[in-house]
Design a protein around this ligand. Structure first.
Ligand SMILES: Cc1cc2nc3c(=O)[nH]c(=O)nc-3n(C[C@H](O)[C@H](O)[C@H](O)COP(=O)(O)OP(=O)(O)OC[C@H]3O[C@@H](n4cnc5c(N)ncnc54)[C@H](O)[C@@H]3O)c2cc1C
Length: 430
């Protein structure tokens, strides 16, 4: 069992078991390192699991021909293979100029569970937050974890049936317990760069008013004719309601997409605003008002009900930790390649703007840009790597690098680099 002891040392401490964290932990474990993966929630996959997304983006090269394979090799390709086995009917799909892979959160959790279970060097702890980081001479020397063993296995508002928990789950006598971890390397996969901030690393964070819109997804059942036409009708009726001040203005950016089964559909609400805790409650209430309004206007919505929601209002933009290099909009638009390029990406920069809605800026068709390893290496803290949403990029570039396919590959590269450092005493490329 992976019981957390008061003082535990490990080679690599990966914090956050979202898509980047799982890939980082698995890649480092495969290279022979002793890994702890710690997650404050009780499931694997982070926003990729709890956000009710329908598609994995950032997996494929954009272009005319349907891609036969993922743009990046390695763990990401393995995950796609596992997802294909679990749901062979979900095949690559073209939306506008880009290709995506339809998936379900449950499949992702099953795939991640099996990847983690197969690694004997990897211990996974749920309900366990990193709460403090201690540093000495530009090195992280200690991380304090707080483990809430009494937290319920699945939050009641999020249907999570059938998630196989990895073999090593945190156990204890009850309540909250604290543990000191002494890692050789830390990989910040928290999405929001929390660990880097605790370690005193420099980061960029747009003021809340300028941040890209956050999202809250509502999954509906009981719709009649939930076909494509609703994706045009819903925004039309919502903008009318907003103009008549019957619904709050932010709901005009709500998108609708049909689900996979009859009567299923997703309303994707996009929201900006100051206080996220207050916003959470407001958004939940407004979502209900919105569905009731649509039921009055559209016969398809009569009898529709909210079956599930995303875990919370999910941030698209958070801290971007400063690395040895910061990837720019020019790098993306010119399909920049680098000597230390480790991840390829062809996903456009998607900017979710408060006034204009979504703005897309595309990488040249048939081409991709590279993300250099230096964007994964925190500046000024020698044993801290970054993966996923918090890497070193500009605000615009984050609109492209944050998608799940890319985050998985970033995780894998950080995990491999950590193992390389342990073996050679230096990072690759640096
Ligand atoms: C509204 C919205 C819609 C999106 N739609 C899509 C889409 O359709 N397709 C797509 O590909 N991408 C989409 N994305 C982007 C994508 O889901 C995320 O950017 C990506 O999954 C981020 O992965 P990550 O591993 O970096 O972080 P996360 O998924 O955020 O994982 C971070 C994990 O770290 C944990 N954590 C945080 N702090 C601590 C701590 N102190 N201690 C322990 N654990 C901690 C968190 O609980 C979490 O599980 C969307 C994002 C949003 C917000």
């Amino acid at each position: 069992m992976g019981e957390l002891r008061m003082n535990t040392s490990c080679d690599v401490l990966v914090i956050g078991a979202g898509v980047s964290g799982v890939a980082a932990a698995v890649a480092a474990a495969r290279a022979g390192a002793k890994i702890i993966l710690t997650e404050k929630e009780n499931f694997l996959g982070g926003v990729g699991y709890s956000g009710l997304h329908q598609y994995i983006c950032g997996l494929y090269l954009n272009g005319e021909a349907i891609p036969g394979e993922t743009l990046n090799e390695g763990v990401v390709r393995e995950i796609v293979g596992l997802l294909n086995k679990l749901s062979p009917q979900r095949t690559i799909k073209k939306i506008g100029q880009v290709y995506v892979l339809p998936y379900s959160g449950e499949d992702l959790a099953v795939a991640f569970g099996s990847l983690c279970r197969n690694e004997k060097n990897l211990k996974v702890f749920f309900n366990t937050s990193a709460v403090e980081v201690k540093k000495k001479n530009k090195m992280i020397v200690e991380v304090i974890l707080s483990n809430d063993v009494e937290k319920s296995p699945h939050p009641p508002f999020h249907k999570g049936a059938g998630i196989p928990l990895p073999r090593s789950i945190a156990t204890g006598s009850g309540g909250i317990t604290s543990h000191k971890i002494i890692p050789k390397i830390v990989i910040d996969c928290t999405g929001s760069g929390d660990i880097s901030a605790m370690a005193g690393a420099s980061f960029e964070l747009s003021p809340r008013a300028k941040r890209q819109l956050a999202g809250f997804t509502v999954r509906l059942e009981g719709l009649k004719d939930s076909g494509d036409i609703l994706s045009i009708k819903v925004p039309y009726y919502l903008s009318q309601a907003v103009n008549k001040k019957l619904l709050p203005a932010y709901l005009r950016f709500t998108a609708f997409s049909a689900g996979e089964t009859d009567g299923e559909g997703f309303c994707k609400i996009n929201v900006g605003g100051p206080d996220s805790a207050r916003r959470e409650q407001t958004v939940r209430k407004d979502a209900l008002k919105m569905i009731n309004y649509l039921a009055k206007k559209l016969p398809s919505f009569k009898g529709a009900y909210i079956a599930e929601t995303s875990l919370r209002v999910m941030e698209r933009e958070g801290r971007r930790v400063c690395g040895e290099y910061t990837l720019t909009e020019d790098d993306v638009l010119n399909a920049g390649k680098f000597d230390d390029g480790v991840v390829k990406n062809s996903w456009p920069m998607e900017i979710w703007d408060k006034k204009k809605g979504t703005i897309y800026k595309y990488v040249k068709t048939g081409d991709y840009y590279e993300i250099p390893f230096r964007c994964l290496k925190a500046r000024g803290i020698h044993n801290l790597l970054l993966a996923g949403r918090c890497i070193s990029v500009t605000r615009e570039v984050l609109g492209s690098t944050r998608v799940m396919g890319t985050c998985i590959s970033l995780g894998e590269e950080a995990g491999k680099a950590a193992a390389y450092y342990l073996e050679k005493g230096k990072y690759p490329f640096l």
